[in-house]
Design a protein around this ligand. Structure first.
Ligand SMILES: Cc1ncc(COP(=O)(O)O)c(C=O)c1O
Length: 401
């Protein structure tokens, strides 16, 4: 059976019609096609939840650093989270004011002095960073927060190793003392568990740690920033596990409500979901160039794939559908990109035997961490198209040799 990733027929048809229009308008494969409409829908889902206090959604710039999306998000009146000088400038260029930019990420002492300004919001990540930036923070009246590493934050490749982010609780207590001595009052407490968090209870454990920490530190932050991590629908692990299967959003909201109540005095909950909001906002379109049959497996070699356009396929499986309807039985099919790496396999699944060179394949849910991780391995960057309110535009032309 051809696997289904649970998209509605309406969604599949809408993307197909956008892709077909782009091709009629001369789109060259491989290309990404992005749209803000799915972001609007995912945002409405999160904004419909009851967190028990006002909630601010920051755009995770790293997830989809794409100027038209930044402009669309800013027009909607929401702020942006950045983690590098490049992202900071992208945010300024999209028109965000300093008040609408939250600076996260490690080792900011290297670049933040070059760009910072009055009243910037900064989450400190380490003692060295804080000590180096403290004089500037005082002069420019930054609004400050601390990122704390909760016990569940581990390097996924080495689960016995903690991640490198944020303060350990004992370090954070010293950091608070340092800030207070300098006359600064930190406002926000931040954590980011990981991506594709499996279930709401993981946030619950983090909130319990925050409460313990705040009690020990005698600190009452006014904002809590839970980072991102909510899994988007329709994406799976390579073993077939549905990332979002056990994540109940109402339970997530209840967990946050309980956690915030435990902390007391929180004015706003901040969220920075990347994947959840953005994955569904794009597709990758590739064309089949060649077909081979080996050991009972049909191999389709295409002009785009994992190495160039979809690094996440290394650990994620997404919907992949032929644009043209083709008959024939379903046969085990491996879909490859054009690079000279056996690694360049976008997907392996049963597909119609009638698919042939010249046909187009559409890889869904390419709106998060695809553009950010595209490569130019032996090839140039491909085109990008943007479909906003019934207007389809080519935003980037393909690089030529
Ligand atoms: C601090 C921070 N916030 C938000 C995000 C977005 O995460 P996700 O795309 O899993 O929601 C990340 C991702 O790495 C992050 O590091």
């Amino acid at each position: 059976m051809i696997p289904s990733f649970g998209h509605s027929l309406e969604t599949l048809r809408w993307w197909n019609s956008q892709v077909a229009q782009a091709l009629v308008r001369g789109a060259q494969t491989p290309f990404y096609l992005f749209s803000p409409e799915p972001v609007r829908i995912a945002l409405a889902q999160l904004e419909g939840l009851d967190f028990g206090c006002p909630t601010r959604h920051w755009l995770s710039c790293k997830t989809q650093p794409f100027a038209p999306l930044l402009a669309w998000w800013r027009k909607s009146g929401r702020p942006i989270e950045v983690v590098s000088e490049f992202e900071f400038h992208a945010a300024l260029r999209a028109g965000f004011s300093l008040d609408e930019i939250l600076v996260n990420g490690p080792a900011k002492q290297r670049w933040l002095p070059r760009v910072s300004g009055r009243h910037l919001r900064v989450h400190f990540d380490s003692t060295r960073e804080l000590t180096t930036l403290l004089p500037l923070a005082r002069r420019q009246h930054w609004r400050i927060g601390l990122r704390i590493r909760t016990r569940a934050e581990h390097d996924p490749g080495n689960p016995s190793h903690p991640t490198q982010f944020g303060f350990e609780p004992a370090e954070a207590i010293s950091a608070l003392r340092q800030l207070r001595r300098a006359g600064l009052t930190p406002e926000s407490l931040h954590f980011h568990l990981r991506t594709n968090v499996a279930q709401a209870s993981h946030y619950g454990s983090a909130f319990r740690e925050l409460a313990e920490f705040c009690a020990a530190a005698r600190w009452a932050p006014i904002y809590v920033d839970c980072g991102g991590g909510l899994p988007p629908p329709h994406t799976r692990g390579l073993q077939g596990q549905d990332f979002a299967e056990r994540m109940d959003l109402d339970e997530f909201a209840r967990t946050c409500r309980r956690g915030l109540a435990r902390l007391g005095g929180i004015r706003e909950l901040w969220l920075e979901n990347g994947r959840f909001l953005l994955a569904g906002s794009g597709v990758l379109v590739i064309q089949v160039l060649d077909a081979k049959l080996r050991s009972g497996i049909r191999q389709l070699i295409c002009d785009g794939g994992r190495t160039l356009n979809a690094l996440v396929s290394t650990w994620e499986d997404h919907e992949l559908r032929p644009l043209e309807r083709r008959g024939g039985r379903s046969v085990p099919t491996a879909v490859y990109g054009p690079t000279c790496m056996a690694f360049d396999r976008l997907a392996f699944r049963p597909m119609a035997a009638g698919i042939h060179p010249g046909d187009h394949l559409v890889w869904f849910d390419a709106g998060a961490y695809h553009l950010a991780w595209e490569t130019r391995f032996s090839h140039g960057h491909g085109e990008i198209w943007w479909a906003e309110t019934n207007r389809l535009r080519r935003i980037r032309s393909a690089e030529t040799a």
